[in-house]
Design a protein around this ligand. Structure first.
Ligand SMILES: Cc1cc2nc3c(=O)[nH]c(=O)nc-3n(C[C@H](O)[C@H](O)[C@H](O)COP(=O)(O)OP(=O)(O)OC[C@H]3O[C@@H](n4cnc5c(N)ncnc54)[C@H](O)[C@@H]3O)c2cc1C
Length: 385
């Protein structure tokens, strides 16, 4: 058993933990930082995508960017274009290697592979205990490992679950300039399902079957079979025409409750555990980057850390309404998605999903989709915290 003291502990060296460490290192933070994770070994189990304007985070490791998408829902299909925005992709393996290489050069950053057991704090210090019963103390701990206690259960506890194949085909069949953001599967019952395609080259793409529902599918075979059928129907690819290079499975919570900023007084929540996952979409990457930028600036200036503020009430309310619709009617959900993409530019949709709109712009988006499901959703959610 040992005790060690640091200025800051970053518990969880995944997306949010390493993003914070990177911003601190790049901003010239001089305090002692411990970054702790069960493993820093390279992993390639996630592909992070996000939309952004001209200056995306981590420009050095952007794997691919696109300006055009295919979209299909019910009787509407077509190509949609981004003007202000681009859609970017960063591979988890590139991200980890890039950030860890930089941190290893810094004398004030310590990387430790250990399993974290728990945190505690009093008004002066925060403590982290490992499974080996070692204790590490700091002024603040930033954690992305444990889910904090929330005030109430989620009203609509949906999960975004998906399985993807990254494939290499024998002949080029993909248009590398065009992603498929959503190609809805109307045959799916018990939730909303769509195919998501990221073409990296003419002969290489990630094809993901994604579902918004209460439970993941019973077996991985069901996702696999959907992908194989799609590859056959959409690209005329038989099983022997492609090789699966990598698989990606994920479950992202789509919860409507507000996460607390702190786990205990000096332990601050980051990433998914900090409620940074947008409930209605599952996108997290850019929201994490926005927060760690202002958080690291406050720490570098020697100020109290800026706590995560959460989304504005109106955006949380829109998310709640969307989750209500997704939970109650697959048909109405599909119509909402169809009209959202049919009646708005992609830039407007991304502004709205980035929570970067005026109330007037919100009203424009709201009036572009069927009103009945929203009226029903409001009727069921007149009182919210
Ligand atoms: C497959 C997948 C794909 C995704 N794609 C996108 C996307 O395209 N765009 C987007 O915006 N969001 C995406 N997300 C959602 C979200 O961005 C990711 O889940 C992201 O990794 C969340 O960041 P985080 O820091 O909260 O958690 P993580 O990145 O998971 O980091 C948590 C870290 O804690 C460590 N850890 C856990 N338990 C312990 C313990 N007891 N002791 C020590 N260490 C521990 C883990 O090893 C991990 O490194 C995706 C999620 C998944 C699962």
């Amino acid at each position: 058993m040992s005790t060690n003291k640091f200025d800051i502990i970053i518990a969880g060296g995944g997306l949010s933990g390493l993003s914070l460490a990177w911003n601190l290192a790049k901003g010239g933070y001089e305090g002692e930082v411990l970054v702790i994770d069960s493993t820093f070994a390279p992993q390639n189990t996630k592909t992070w995508c996000f939309w952004d304007k001209a200056d995306p985070p981590f420009p050095e490791i952007i794997f691919k960017k696109w300006k055009k998408t295919y979209f299909s829902a019910l009787d509407f299909e077509g190509f949609l274009y981004m003007n202000k925005y681009s859609y970017y992709c960063i591979r988890q393996s590139d991200f980890k290697e890039f950030v860890l290489t930089e941190l290893k050069k810094r004398k004030n950053f310590t990387l430790l592979e250990e399993n974290v057991l728990d945190f505690s704090s009093n008004k002066n210090k925060a403590a982290l205990v490992t499974k080996n019963s070692d204790t590490y103390l700091a002024d603040y701990i930033f954690q992305s490992i444990f889910k904090p206690e929330v005030d109430r259960e989620s009203k609509y506890p949906l999960v975004q679950h998906f399985l993807g194949f990254e494939i290499k085909t024998t002949i080029p069949v993909f248009d590398p300039a065009t992603i498929t953001l959503m190609d809805f599967d109307e045959s799916f019952e018990g939730g909303v399902a769509f195919m998501y395609v990221l073409p990296f080259k003419g002969n290489r793409a990630l094809i993901e079957y994604t579902v918004f529902s209460q439970e993941p599918l019973k077996s991985k075979k069901e996702y696999r079979s959907k992908i194989r059928t799609y590859l056959k129907e959409k690209y005329n690819l038989e099983k022997e025409d492609y090789e699966v290079k990598r698989k990606e499975y994920g479950e992202i919570p789509m919860e409507d409750q507000k996460y607390p900023a702190t786990y205990s007084s000096k332990v601050i929540n980051l990433g998914t555990m900090g409620g940074f996952t947008k409930p209605s979409t599952g996108y997290t990457f850019k929201r994490v980057q926005n927060y760690v930028k202002i958080l690291s600036e406050s720490l570098i200036k020697g100020k109290e850390p800026v706590l995560p503020a959460g989304s504005e009430f109106r955006y949380r309310y829109y998310d709640l309404l969307i989750l209500h619709i997704l939970s109650n009617s697959d048909k109405e959900s599909l119509k909402v998605f169809r009209d959202l993409f049919k009646n708005n530019t992609l830039d407007d949709v991304f502004d709205f999903l980035s929570e970067n709109t005026s109330i007037l712009e919100d009203l424009k988006i709201m009036s572009s989709v069927p009103s009945i499901p929203f009226i029903k959703a409001i009727g069921k959610n007149l009182k919210v915290k």
